[in-house]
Structures are given as structure tokens and as C-alpha cells.
Design a binder for this molecule. Structure first.
Ligand SMILES: *Cc1c(COP(=O)(O)O)cnc(C)c1O
Length: 470
């Protein structure tokens, strides 16, 4: 028999401390690394052996490959010059929470398989509901409840399944159910609908600010009803991915009530802004929503992964997803006094995600998290003002949060070359995008270690690299 080489607690301590040191030094130097990896496709594979090792290797050797192979292949999402997509906001306490979660090896599918995984998550969801000003009814102490799903895509998929089942209870055949969302909605809505078996998905027209047109939604629902279909699900976005447009949440809610549809609100990114009361008018009408999603890793530095998914009433969700095999029967579940999160999503096994949120909320305190949001928004507005003052640029959408979308007035070619020049700089990274035929650039501000000086540096680069107007 071969010896199985244990990593003893002493070894673990030694290697663990060394790795924490290594991570700390990565954090110190990430601002000097190019944001985008400079490697070509296949280069990483070429550095790796073709087969897994037959014999043990020393941990020092394994760790040395972090610098040799991993770092050159990173897209540095945690760079202070990260202005692409949305941030994947991370932080020391979030990372340490992840580490402890892995170390404790919990599987929180049932209350009984990890009481603390369940109850801490109940409480974190409730704390966040209060911090974000969500309806009190959505708390786990009331009729609703929150759960940490892996991503917002999982959350919307779950909502679509519940909506389909609820429509089914009213006699609608699944293949007649219709899901509505705006043409600007995140692709996860359409994908979730496909996975959930919807045959009909309507992408509703938007207005000049890229928000869903309620008259167009009304008309689509009317037409579908007339054709014998069953409107089952409507998704409104508070902060679309393209331009952070805000759909008319209350009007979609009212229409959904009238039409007997499930109303899901996707606030994956902008939901974080609701830590600050001055943004909450953007989601007025939430008391008419059935479910809601916010990703604390997008702007609150919780560290990926984890999407908070709330339901106004947890019964339809549990009714839809609960299947109880014999081996999961237990007295605490049968007592009806506990939440078993396996009934709240597709997965059975589940990570102890609430730990990192708990660490982050306690380490920073809500006041500091609010001021991070306000700083990002202020820097974004200042950036937008400067664009406004320069005749070469125009904003292509309003700036309700911390995403600035702009283009070069000389057209698509000038806009695209400007984006390429910025991304070639290595220190700043933004996302080139398109709306129909119009090319534009997305600058999203809010990575945890981005400071005003980094936004300044980006502005100087944009000003320098943009072609003059002819
Ligand atoms: C990022 C985003 C999503 C998808 O988030 P995942 O957690 O990666 O699935 C969905 N909707 C909106 C509005 C987003 O910004």
C-alpha cells in the first residue's frame, strides 16, 4: 500500500501562512499588473504537464507555480483600474470568510446538516433586507425569506420555475406560459426561461432611457391572452447590465397583479446602492414584487459568489422545489420550525456563504459600505460631467448609479479605437459595447480598491487618446 501523505495541522499552518503572505503581496502589487492577461490562447496549457502527477509534489513547488503560471494568466478583476463589466467586489474579510467556509466543510442543505449555516444565512438575509430597505414581509421572520444562491442567473431561473408552477396550479399548461422582460434585460432571464421550459419569451421595447415601456408590456400581455397563452412571469430590472436603466417597477408590479403573473425584480448590481436611502426611489413599488435579486459581490465587497434571492412569500417556492427522499427525513424538518434551504434552489449541497457576508458587514459596518457606494457614484458623476463638457464626447444613457456609458461623437470607429487604446494601457480596463448600431464604452466604477486618483488617471487617458473632432 502507498503511503497517503497527510497535510498535518502543522503543515497546514505553515503553508497556509505562506499563502496568506502571498495573497497579501498580490493585493499590494495588483495595481502594477496589467489588468488583462497578455497571454495568447493555449499558452497556459503549454505550461502545464499533459498528465496529473503520479507521485506527491511539495507544496512549495505547487505554490511557486502561482507566480509562474497563474498570475500571468489572470484577468485582474481586483485591480484598482478595473472599470469593465461590473466589479466583482472583494475584500480581506470576504476572502477570509471564504477560507473559513472551506475549512469548516459544511454542507448546509438542511437545517440539521448545519444549523449555523442555515440560521446565520437566515439572519444575514434579514439584516440585508433591513439595510437595503426591502419590505419587512420579505424577512425569514415573516412570510418571505432570503437565500444565498450562487448567482443571479440561478435566482431568476428559480423564480421562473416557481412562476411556471404557480401558473400550472391555475390550470395553465407549461407550454402556454409566457415570460416578459425588456430587450435590455440580462441574458440570464432568457436563458433561465429556456432552462425552465418556457416556449414563449417576449423582449419588450424600451424608451429613450432604455427602460421597459409599460404600454408595450401591456400590449404584449393583451395579445398573448387573446391568442390563448398564459402570461406567467415578468421581470423588471433595477439597473440593467447594458446601461443601468431602471424599469418602472411599480407599474410592472401592478400589471403583473392584474394579469396574475409572477413579478421578479433583478437588481443584481444596483440593488447594492439601496444601502443608501437616496437611491430607493428607483425601486418604488417593491411591495408588489414576488421575488428580488441582489448580488452583494458586485458592489458590496462580499467576494464572489453569492446572490441574495428574496421571496415575498416562501410557500410557492417550497411547494415548487420540495421533494423529500427517505434519507433526508429528520425530526427538525418535520417539526416545521426550521428552514431547509435545499428547498430554495436546484442544488442540494450548499456552501456556507453567509459567513463571508457576516465578516464583511461586521468588519466594515454599514456606514462605511454606504460611503463606498456614495464615493463610486460621485466619481462616476464627476467623470460624466467632464465628458459632457468636452465636445468630443456624448453620454449615451443617464447615470443613475456608478456606470458611465459614452461615445465619441465622431462615430463608432473613433469610439472603438478609444476603447482599444484605454485597454492597451494595461492600467485601466473598460468594456466596449453596442446598442443596436451604436458603439459605446462602459466605465463602471466600484471595485473596492479603486480611488479617485484611478478615475482621474482614466480620465487623463481618455482625454489624451480620443481623436479630435474634425
Ligand atoms: C450581473 C447581472 C446578472 C447576472 O449575474 P450572475 O450572478 O453572474 O448570474 C443578472 N442581472 C443583472 C442586471 C446583472 O447586472
Amino acid at each position: 500500500m502507498t503511503d497517503f501523505r497527510e497535510m498535518t495541522p502543522d503543515d497546514f499552518r505553515r503553508h497556509g501562512y505562506a499563502l496568506i503572505d502571498w495573497l497579501a503581496s498580490y493585493m499590494e502589487r495588483v495595481g502594477d499588473l496589467p489588468v488583462q492577461s497578455r497571454l495568447a490562447p493555449g499558452e497556459i496549457r503549454d505550461m502545464l504537464p499533459d498528465h496529473a502527477p503520479e507521485d506527491p509534489e511539495d507544496f512549495e513547488e505547487i505554490a511557486a507555480d502561482l507566480d509562474r503560471i497563474v498570475v500571468p494568466g489572470l484577468t485582474n478583476w481586483v485591480s484598482p483600474g478595473w472599470f469593465a463589466f461590473f466589479p466583482a467586489a472583494t475584500s480581506g474579510p470576504g476572502i477570509l470568510g471564504e477560507l473559513v467556509s472551506a475549512g469548516l466543510g459544511q454542507q448546509g442543505m438542511l437545517w440539521a446538516t448545519s444549523p449555523v449555516c442555515t440560521e446565520l444565512e437566515n439572519v444575514m438575509a434579514d439584516w440585508m433586507a433591513d439595510l437595503l430597505g426591502l419590505p419587512a414581509r420579505w424577512k425569514t421572520t415573516d412570510q418571505g425569506g432570503g437565500v444565498m444562491q450562487q448567482t443571479a442567473s440561478d435566482a431568476v431561473h428559480t423564480a421562473l420555475v416557481v412562476a411556471r408552477e404557480e401558473a400550472g396550479r391555475c390550470g395553465a399548461a407549461a407550454d402556454r406560459c409566457v415570460a416578459y422582460t425588456s430587450s435590455q434585460a440580462h441574458s440570464s432571464v432568457e436563458k433561465g426561461a429556456r432552462v425552465a421550459g418556457y416556449r414563449h419569451v417576449r423582449l419588450i421595447d424600451v424608451d429613450d432611457a432604455y427602460a421597459m415601456r409599460i404600454d408595450a408590456l401591456q400590449e404584449a400581455v393583451r395579445k398573448d391572452r387573446a391568442a390563448g397563452l398564459e402570461p406567467a412571469f415578468a421581470c423588471s430590472a433595477v439597473g440593467t447590465t447594458g446601461t443601468t436603466a431602471v424599469d418602472p417597477v411599480r407599474a410592472v408590479g401592478e400589471l403583473s397583479r392584474q394579469a396574475g403573473m409572477w413579478h421578479h425584480v433583478d437588481a443584481a448590481y444596483a440593488g447594492n446602492a439601496m444601502l443608501c436611502p437616496e437611491f430607493r426611489h428607483h425601486q418604488d413599488g417593491l411591495e408588489l414584487a414576488d421575488s428580488y435579486t441582489v448580488n452583494p459581490y458586485k458592489w458590496t465587497p462580499m467576494t464572489f459568489d453569492g446572490s441574495l434571492f428574496y421571496v415575498a412569500d416562501r410557500r410557492p417556492l417550497i411547494r415548487t422545489l420540495s421533494i423529500l427522499p427517505e434519507y433526508l427525513r429528520n425530526t427538525s424538518s418535520e417539526s416545521g420550525q426550521v428552514i431547509d434551504y435545499r428547498d430554495w434552489h436546484v442544488a442540494l449541497g450548499r456552501r456556507f456563504r453567509s459567513l463571508k457576508l457576516w465578516f464583511v458587514l461586521r468588519y466594515y459596518g454599514a456606514a462605511a459600505l454606504r460611503s463606498r457606494i456614495r464615493d463610486s457614484v460621485a466619481w462616476a458623476r464627476a467623470f460624466a460631467d467632464r465628458l459632457d463638457e468636452d465636445p468630443r464626447f456624448e453620454l449615451v444613457a443617464p447615470v443613475p448609479f456608478a456606470l458611465v456609458c459614452f461615445r465619441h461623437r465622431a462615430g463608432n470607429r473613433a469610439t472603438e479605437s478609444l476603447g482599444e487604446a484605454v485597454n492597451r494601457s494595461g492600467h485601466s480596463f473598460l468594456t466596449p459595447s453596442r446598442m443596436g448600431e451604436t458603439a459605446f464604452l462602459r466605465v463602471s466604477i466600484g471595485q473596492m480598491n479603486t480611488r479617485e486618483e484611478h478615475v482621474e488617471r482614466l480620465w487623463r487617458l481618455v482625454g489624451k487618446e480620443a481623436a479630435p473632432l474634425l
